[in-house]
Design a protein around this ligand. Structure first.
Ligand SMILES: [Mg+2]
Length: 232
């Protein structure tokens, strides 16, 4: 039984209007913190240490700084050092994905969700494909926008969002975005998209029913089931 919403956002009023569901990948569709990000972080740090002639600790600090200031380490390296993004992404995502396994509940919720479902990630395409394959999600998403598709301009830069809206040809109010990064959701909201924040947050103003993706999805299904079939 889904609990009654405890927050005051008027999410129920727009759920039935959504025709496109946009999902971030890392830390939204799966927890990247234990299996994946430590490997990528280590490879990025090693790459930066070699490229810039820095100690490991200094390169690691700089990697974190660029992540915070530019939204992605890659973006900082491009802006400041003129890095070639393709070589960097291929090198730093050459990691072991075997620790990721499917989550049956999540996949059932996602499969059952009506409408167009697409992925929108700051990661490279090969990374997204690997994660989806390991998580058993390959057939769930009809479309995918990765960093290569946004001219290597990562979220929260509006460029990728505008690309998606133009490609879809639907009003922003019919698009809902699941995302763990609050800066990325602020851009979505400023463009008129509906937003669902995944993960713990101290900020009170997100449309949310749960800290976890499955909580959001369960609540959505409850709303959609209660509403019944829509007329075309
Ligand atoms: Mg994320």
């Amino acid at each position: 039984m889904v609990q009654a919403p405890s927050c005051t956002n008027n999410m129920a009023s727009w759920v039935h209007e959504i025709s496109v569901w946009v999902f971030d990948l890392d830390n939204t569709l799966y927890d990247a913190r234990t299996e994946i990000f430590p490997q990528i972080d280590a490879r990025m740090t090693g790459y930066m240490a070699g490229m810039l002639g820095l100690s490991w600790d200094r390169a690691n600090d700089l990697r974190r700084t660029y992540w915070v200031e530019f939204g992605a380490t890659l973006h900082g390296l491009r802006q400041i050092h003129g890095l070639c993004p393709l070589i960097f992404t291929q090198n730093t995502h050459d990691i072991d994905y075997s620790g990721l396994v499917p989550c049956g509940v999540t996949n059932q919720f996602l499969t059952k969700l009506p409408g167009h479902k697409m992925l929108f990630t700051n990661g490279p395409r090969q990374h997204a494909l690997q994660v989806l394959a390991q998580r058993g999600m390959t057939d769930i998403f009809a479309d995918m926008i990765t960093i290569e598709d946004t001219d290597f301009r990562p979220k929260p830069d509006p460029h990728g969002y505008e690309h998606i809206l133009k490609q879809l040809g639907v009003p922003a109010s019919q698009v809902a975005m699941f995302e763990d990064n609050e800066q990325n959701l602020l851009t979505a909201r400023s463009l008129g998209l509906r937003t669902l924040h995944v993960g713990a947050s101290r900020l009170p103003y997100w449309d949310r029913r749960d800290d976890h993706l499955n909580g959001h999805l369960e609540w959505l299904h409850h709303q959609l089931d209660a509403q019944g079939p829509t007329t075309p």
